[in-house]
Design a protein around this ligand. Structure first.
Ligand SMILES: [Zn+2]
Ligand SMILES: [Zn+2]
Length: 248
């Protein structure tokens, strides 16, 4: 399986997961033009994408989804709740292109996709796509995340903020409180502890969805290397450009 991180951060998210036959885009939270151009630079094409699957309704996960789906005739998968929250934000997508998933696993071609509950301030989920998991935008590690991680070979996990940097930063108190809450975002410490505790089978960890104001790549790395005692191939995703390709 090949994983291509096209965008990751509170400013836009998009990740391509492929096996030999199928190609799935998780979230499309940059403009269609930007996603297209970043994919082309990595030798990928939207023409080959079989499905776009959406984690939740926030702008940084859906902003290009409607246009890409329409332009390339790609089915757009989201839960019913997310669809009702998204409303007109995805533009004029033909309703026959929208596919709803429930909490149950579903398939796109040969690939099994399992929605995994996350904990956010809107209806949200992560996904296990084959043996790769993507979990971002979650204020806490949910039971479903706990249960699935030991079965995965690769993960893209949110490592949103450094708690001290957030607390000492300039965000208003209500925003700090939300980010730190169980329906906010996962901190560097929580992400690294989760990997240390449950990531025994992981061959690849990608830390992503970094905050632009409350985190740095260096702090993310430092926390990970302090808390994760096993030697493990890991990287921190870039907020500014595509991060690259990995195989699991
Ligand atoms: Zn987000
Ligand atoms: Zn979000």
């Amino acid at each position: 399986m090949e994983i291509t991180v096209i965008a990751s951060g509170s400013n836009g998210n998009c990740c391509l997961v492929e096996d030999r036959k199928n190609s799935i885009l998780i979230d499309a939270g940059k403009s269609a033009k930007e996603i297209d151009s970043r994919m082309n630079q990595l030798g990928k094409s939207l023409e080959n994408v079989d499905a776009i699957i959406i984690t939740h309704s926030h702008h940084d996960h859906i902003s290009g989804a409607g246009i890409i789906a329409r332009m390339h005739g790609i089915p757009l998968y989201m839960s019913k709740d997310t669809f009702s929250e998204v409303g007109s934000k995805i533009g004029n997508v033909d309703h026959s292109q929208i596919k709803h998933f429930t909490q149950k696993p579903f398939r796109v071609g040969d690939i099994e996709i399992r929605p995994i509950q996350t904990s956010h301030n809107v209806s949200s989920c992560g996904f296990a796509v084959g043996e790769f998991g993507l979990f971002t935008d979650t204020g806490t590690v949910t039971k479903q995340m706990h249960d699935i991680l030991p079965k995965l070979k690769g993960v893209l996990l949110e490592s949103n903020h450094d708690i001290d940097m957030l607390l000492n930063g300039r965000y208003p108190a209500y925003l700090k409180q939300w980010i730190l809450s169980d329906v906010g975002h996962l901190s560097n410490i929580h992400a690294s502890e989760f990997i240390q505790e449950k990531g025994n089978n992981l061959g690849l960890v990608l830390l992503g969805h970094l905050s632009g104001n409350n985190n740095t790549k260096e702090l993310t790395k430092k926390t990970f290397e302090t808390l994760v005692k096993r030697k493990i191939n890991y990287d921190v995703c870039s907020r500014d450009k595509a991060s690259g390709k990995w195989s699991i």
